[in-house]
Design a binder for this molecule. Structure first.
Ligand code: ATP
Ligand code: MG
Length: 686
């Protein structure tokens, strides 16, 4: 049963009109940390809350010294930053808002990821493992091999006239050539713009045209499970659309995926297209590093589009490098040689930070997986874990819930004893899914690291460090070093202590967004106008008596029922706690008496049947878990939910379905499966 802090808080609040301080709740100690002290003594960099507190306090009180020590000791600079400019703040007082980290420093991300390790004698260690869509298709690359391949591609890019500051669009599946291409751009100071390989031609065109990409790197095709996807055909169409919009891509490099058909069958445009296999191997495996200013843009990447039109986020080299390297190190307790598997696609920030850059900065081995987690069976993830002895596994709640649906047997048949850390990112993780992750996937021996961050933040902001303190299922817990979160009320005042409010960040951090591409106004209005002086995250959160943060959902999604403000995450977690429920999404709708009512979309586990009795049971579950005020007014059976292509539930679409405003769905370009919408419409009232 879901007996949690949330429950107590909700009950307390229901009894009185105003939110009250929650009663202290005792949590079971962290089993993993207690029962396997040796493991964590050797692995964790921070071993206690006290140790964290000391380091965190220093990061806030002496940010310049804190980041200088790290930057100088753990990263390579061609020119070190100025003595007093290792830190920065958002300057919001006058003129343009900006933050500038490691001023005066010159560095190179690719050098830090690859050359640095090769020069130190680690060229023979594994940088990447590739696991293909079909079991048995695999590859490995050492740091030296990766460096040669990256250099060859960098030379080819230079031969096409790509220079520092030029944009290169990448539209690729999850094969090693994708991180190689990112690193090759970084090496020559070009700015990569990765477009997730699941996006349509139209979305690709918008992004190519937006940044006037000089080159597009793509792939002939890929397999997603049993389904072939002809990427090249979509890329061609994307280039056509981009041309119609006013930008013709001069050069397209096509990696021929030998697993998906013959070369002769790939449509190639004469004069524009070239096969990677023809063009790149002839290039020299040596390529000088282009040293760039710390603030030089490293990449452009769009947000997931959960709450509206995606924002083109720009990140800077130095700050992103230091922040991502440090979060990888502390949060995942990564040591050189660890096999680290982040299941995110490089089309999202998680893939940028924790597939390509973070693991390499820490000299770990990053596992790149082309396939889907349920192919050929729902055991695939755990088979891959066993095969490569994965130590850190990092994924999203949506995947955890979908694997839960298939039951425990698919997990139990694999060994999984190499696993130490289980990470979660993307959405609040329901306590029920959290427990399954820790107890079934991790056999109770792993630390679960819930990581709250955004495309805009570059790396983890609120996170639990493994074994340093007690985990609470559903809470990402405490801020990472240098991160100063605060909660604000509707009037923009900071609320102290145990409180609930809008999650803002008070000062800049190294991995902070540097701008919205080509739109300084949107940058300032979206992030700095709502709560002047602070970075506005768009998420709601609560802080408990231990200072832990609990993300309650998007501020835009908060439901107000008879004056009670209800976060979507809590009601959804209560529903998911029911044994027949796999997934749920709740939204508010106009209610004649209550102001807003709660409309709950519910997906059942495999083999469970819809019934009115079950509807009643679900409503009762929420009444008892949270309180009568949070009981859903409508249960809407959902065979599937509308999600972004990065796997997040798009509640704004569900709100329109609940309100029956189907002509107002808004920007649906990032919707993964548009067919779901019609299915939900058909299920209305059933
Ligand atoms: P858009 O900004 O275009 O609406 P998006 O916010 O979904 O899209 P991302 O940057 O990919 O785009 O996602 C960041 C958001 O994901 C956060 O603001 C938060 O709502 C959610 N999120 C990420 N990690 C967590 C987590 N560990 N716990 C709770 N929520 C999380
Ligand atoms: Mg967002």
């Amino acid at each position: 049963m879901l007996v949690s802090f949330i429950t107590l808080l909700r009950k307390a609040r229901h009894d009185g009109a105003a939110p009250e301080a929650p009663k202290p709740v005792s949590y079971p100690p962290n089993k993993a940390a207690e029962e396997y002290p040796d493991v964590w003594q050797n692995m964790a960099y921070i071993k206690s809350r006290e140790e964290y507190d000391v380091m965190y306090q220093r990061s806030i009180k002496d940010p310049n010294g804190f980041w200088r020590d790290i930057a100088v000791k753990e990263y390579a600079w061609q020119t070190e930053p100025h003595e007093h400019h290792y830190t920065s703040n958002f300057d919001v007082r006058k003129g343009k808002v900006f933050s500038r980290w490691f001023r005066g420093g010159k560095t190179n991300m690719c050098y830090n990821c690859l050359d640095r390790h090769v020069e130190a004698g680690h060229g023979g260690e594994r940088a990447f493992i590739f696991e293909g869509n079909s079991p048995g298709v695999q590859a490995e690359a050492t740091y030296a091999e990766a460096l040669s391949e990256v250099n060859r591609l960098a030379n080819w890019l230079k031969a096409q006239g790509v220079r520092r500051g030029d944009f290169v669009a990448l539209y690729m599946p999850m094969i090693l050539e994708l991180p190689y291409a990112m690193l090759a751009c970084a090496r020559i100071g070009a700015v990569h713009a990765v477009v997730f390989g699941g996006f349509s031609a139209e979305a690709l065109a918008g992004r190519i045209e937006g940044c006037k990409a000089k080159v597009l790197i793509t792939c002939s095709a890929t397999m997603r499970g049993a389904k072939p996807v002809n990427l090249k055909a979509i890329a061609d169409e994307g280039c056509e659309h981009a041309k119609a919009k006013g930008h013709e891509v001069p050069k397209v490099l096509v990696y021929h995926n030998p697993e998906c058909g013959k070369r002769e069958d790939v449509n190639m445009v004469a004069g524009r297209d070239e096969f990677w296999q023809d063009a790149v191997p002839h290039q020299s495996p040596q390529c000088p590093v282009e040293w760039v200013d710390a603030e030089h843009p490293l990449f452009l990447l769009y947000t997931s589009g959960s709450t509206g039109k995606p924002k083109g986020v720009v990140h800077a080299t130095g700050g992103f490098m230091v922040f991502v390297g440090q979060t990888t190190k502390y949060v995942f307790a990564v040591h050189p040689g660890d096999v680290f598997w982040c299941t995110a696609d490089c089309g999202w920030v998680t893939g940028h930070s924790y597939v390509t850059y973070g693991p390499l900065l820490q000299r770990a081995t990053s596992l790149v997986f082309e396939g889907v987690p349920t192919y050929p069976t729902p055991s695939r993830c755990w088979e891959v874990v066993d095969k490569w002895q994965v130590k850190q596994f990092y994924t999203a709640p949506t995947l955890i819930r979908s694997l839960m649906r298939f039951g425990d047997d698919y997990v139990a048949r694999c060994d999984r004893s190499s696993l130490r850390i289980l990470g979660s990112v993307g959405e609040p993780i329901n306590p029920e899914a959290w427990r399954w992750y820790r107890d079934v996937v991790g056999s109770g021996k792993c630390c679960v690291c819930d990581t709250w961050f955004q495309t805009e933040t570059g790396g983890h902001m609120i996170v639990n460090l493994p074994s340093a303190w007690t985990e609470k299922p559903g809470s990402a817990s405490l801020p990472f070093f240098g991160v100063q979160p605060c909660l604000c009320d509707e009037k923009g005042r900071e609320v102290p202590g145990v409180a609930e409010g809008t999650l803002c960040i008070k000062t800049s951090w190294p991995g902070a967004i540097r701008g919205v591409f080509g739109d300084q106004k949107r940058f300032e209005e979206t992030y700095f106008k709502p709560f002047p002086g602070h970075y506005f995250s768009g998420d709601g959160a609560r802080r408990d008596e231990d200072g832990y943060y609990w993300i309650t959902g998007r501020v835009d999604d908060v439901i107000n029922v008879s004056g009670h403000r209800i976060g979507t995450a809590e009601v959804e977690s209560a529903l998911v706690a029911h044994k027949h429920v796999a997934e749920s999404a709740v939204v508010g709708y106009n209610h004649p008496i209550k102001g807003q009512g709660i409309w709950a979309f519910v997906t059942l586990k495999e083999g469970e049947e819809y019934s009115d009795t079950l509807k009643k049971e679900l409503i009762t579950t929420v009444r008892t878990e949270i309180g009568p005020f949070a009981a859903p007014d409508v249960i809407h059976w959902a065979p599937g939910l509308p999600k972004t292509r990065s796997g997040k539930i798009m509640r704004r679409i569900l709100r329109k379905i609940a309100a029956n405003k189907l002509d107002e769905l808004g920007d649906t370009s990032t919707l993964a499966d548009p067919a779901v919408v019609q299915v939900l419409i058909d299920m209305r009232g059933k």
